[in-house]
Structures are given as C-alpha cells and as structure tokens.
Design a protein around this ligand. Structure first.
Ligand SMILES: Nc1ncnc2c1ncn2[C@@H]1O[C@H](C[S@+](CC[C@H]([NH3+])C(=O)[O-])CC(=O)[O-])[C@@H](O)[C@H]1O
Length: 327
C-alpha cells in the first residue's frame, strides 16, 4: 500500500533517528489506528482534513501559551477554516490560534506546561516521547523548547485529526513533531532510545501502574529523564486511593497514590533522583466548558455543596508532577 503523504514526515523521522524496531511496525500500527471501523466519525474527520487544505506562508509560534499559525487569510477563508476546525470538536487540549480564530479548549494545558517547564532538563536537541499526549499541544511546546524530535502517541483518532489539522496548517514550518495513533502497549519493548519521556494524565487510567512505569523506563536511554504527571491524593508514602466505579464521573480510574507513594513506586521501578516538583488542586478555571468543548467539565464533577469533594465523595482532583532519571 502506498504511504499516505500525511505520514511521510513521520517515516522520515523514524529513519533519520534510527527507530528501526518501531519503523517495522509503523504500517500496521497506522492502518489499525486509523481503521475507520474503529470510530464511526473518523471518515468525516479525515474529510475535514482534506477540506482544510493549506495556508500560504504560515508563521508558527510554539513558545506562546496559544500554539499558533498565522497567515493572511481573507475573511471568508478565515470563517471556513474556523468552521472546519469546529467540526473536529470537542477540543480538550490547548489553547491554539489559527489566524484570528482562537481555539479556547477545555483545558488550559499551557498552565500544566508552565508548572513543569522550570523543572525539566533542557530539551534542546533531545529526542522526546509524549505518551498519551492528547492532540499534541504539549508536543508542540516541547519542540518550542528546543526538542529535536517529538513523538506523540495517543490512541484517540479524534486527537490524531486535531493534531494533523494544526500540523497541516503549519505546512513547511511544522517542527519535527509526529503523532502515532497507538497506546503505550504498542511501543516496542526495550527501545531505550528517548532522552525524555513524558507520561501526563495517563497513570491513573492504567490497571497496572508499576507496569506502566516499567514500560516508560524501557523507552528511555540510560540517564534519560521521565516526566510523570498524574492524579494524586494527600497522604504519606503508604497512601493510595482505589476509587469505586467512578471518580469525578470517569469510569476508568484505578490508582491514585500520594505523591510520596508514587515517588516510592518510581524507585521500585528502577528510577533514581526522584523529585516531586509540583502538586496542585485542579481548579475550575484550568478545566472548564468552553465554546469548543460544550460537554460537562470539572465543575459538573464536583460536589455542588463542597468543591473539595467529587460528586462521589472522594477528594477533588489534585495533580502532581514527578521527575526521575533512568539508571
Ligand atoms: N493505552 C494508552 N496509551 C497511551 N495513551 C492513552 C492510552 N489510553 C488512553 N490514552 C490517552 O491518554 C490521554 C489522557 S489525557 C492527558 C493528555 C495530556 N497528556 C495532558 O496531560 O494534557 C487525561 C487528562 O485529561 O489529563 C488521552 O488523550 C487518552 O486518549
């Protein structure tokens, strides 16, 4: 089968960076991740990408809170572009700007970036993997911080399409940031390649959290850095909450450790130099309903009489960022 032109930069990057064991799986992984039988709306979203086309002489910004693409668009083209981007909603991770269209996403993902950026190793020239990277917002910020290569993996076909909408508009100005519609379980074992691996907002969705840490460790070269962000609870190194059917309305939440417990898990999984660099309660300003994500959001998942609790009665979402080194 011929290679989809959209994937040529991804193939080039895998060849240039000698990701040989993974390269061999790429055709099958892309075919499976983009199988239109997997998601009823995927064919429609792919048609949106075709209609979106390119813009002339794009100017790209990766270092501002809004990852943005500027271009001199006529009023009609700007409106058409905004309508096509809206067809890919809900937009959860961002914010983005395309010309005068501001995509005000459910999450202020820029705030998470600001919290962790001062603590991580300089990304200049580093090869980075972002596991569960959503629609690639943080991946573009990583490139803005100097990363030489960023591979975003996320099994969501909607996020694949949002990522490609933006990347396509960036045209020749697009950085070396690439998206694979797969999960962590599809990354070949023992790659031991990346200088930095991010796993943000994923661990609490994993049924075997220590196996997740081991899988992340195996993506890193010796001395490489893990940036781990997840939901935590207050408590000592022995505290872990395993919620019932739902936590903040999410059905697939398994382990919420304290950050001290998580630090110990990282040590047990073979990491050193483990640091808790940030811990903060998620606010209703950081995660909220917007014109680009019109479904329920954090405010709807908290107890209306006590916002320190979820509607199930658990402690409200609190997130920590930990950094650790692979030995
Ligand atoms: N098996 C899997 N492997 C990899 N990713 C997965 C898997 N299963 C689900 N995901 C993906 O993990 C992401 C979790 S969101 C974090 C986004 C970003 N990192 C953020 O920090 O804003 C959670 C949050 O809202 O924080 C989703 O995009 C899933 O599709």
């Amino acid at each position: 089968m011929p290679i989809d032109p959209r994937h040529l930069p991804l193939y080039h990057a895998f060849i240039e960076h000698d990701l040989a064991p993974w390269l061999a799986c790429l055709p099958a992984q892309l075919a499976e991740g983009l199988d239109t039988r997997r998601h009823g709306d995927l064919s429609g979203w792919l048609r949106v990408l075709d209609k979106l086309g390119n813009v002339k002489e794009p100017r790209v910004s990766l270092t501002t809170p809004h990852v943005s693409v500027d271009a001199d668009l006529s009023e009609g083209d700007q409106q058409r572009c905004a309508n096509l981007l809206k067809a890919l909603a809900p937009w959860r991770k961002g914010p983005w700007r395309v010309g005068t269209t501001v995509i005000d996403t459910e999450w202020h993902s820029d705030w998470k970036w600001e919290r962790l950026a001062p603590h991580i190793s300089d990304l200049t020239e580093r090869r980075v993997l972002d596991v569960g990277g959503g629609n690639g917002y943080h991946g573009f910020r990583m490139a803005g911080a100097g990363a030489r290569l960023v591979i975003v993996i996320d099994p969501s076909p909607r996020f694949y399409c949002q990522f490609h909408a933006i990347r396509q508009l960036m045209g020749p100005q697009a950085p070396d940031v690439h998206f694979l519609p797969v999960g962590i379980e599809d990354v070949p074992a023992r790659l031991e390649t990346f200088d930095t691996t991010f796993s943000m907002g994923v661990l609490y969705h994993r049924r075997s959290p220590i196996d997740h840490l081991l899988a992340l460790r195996d993506t890193l070269r010796p001395g490489g850095e893990l940036v781990l962000e997840t939901l935590v609870v207050e408590g000592d190194e022995h505290t872990v909450l395993v919620p019932g059917e739902r936590y903040a309305q999410m059905p697939n939440v398994y382990f919420l450790p304290s950050s001290l417990a998580l630090a110990q898990w990282l040590t047990r999984a073979g990491f050193t130099n483990v640091r808790i660099v940030d811990e903060a309660v998620t606010t209703r300003d950081e995660q909220r309903r917007t014109d680009w994500m019109t479904y329920q959001s954090l405010a709807d998942f908290l107890d209306p009489n006590d916002p320190t609790r979820t509607i199930e009665g658990y402690p409200a979402p609190r997130r920590a960022v930990l950094i650790a080194e692979r030995t």
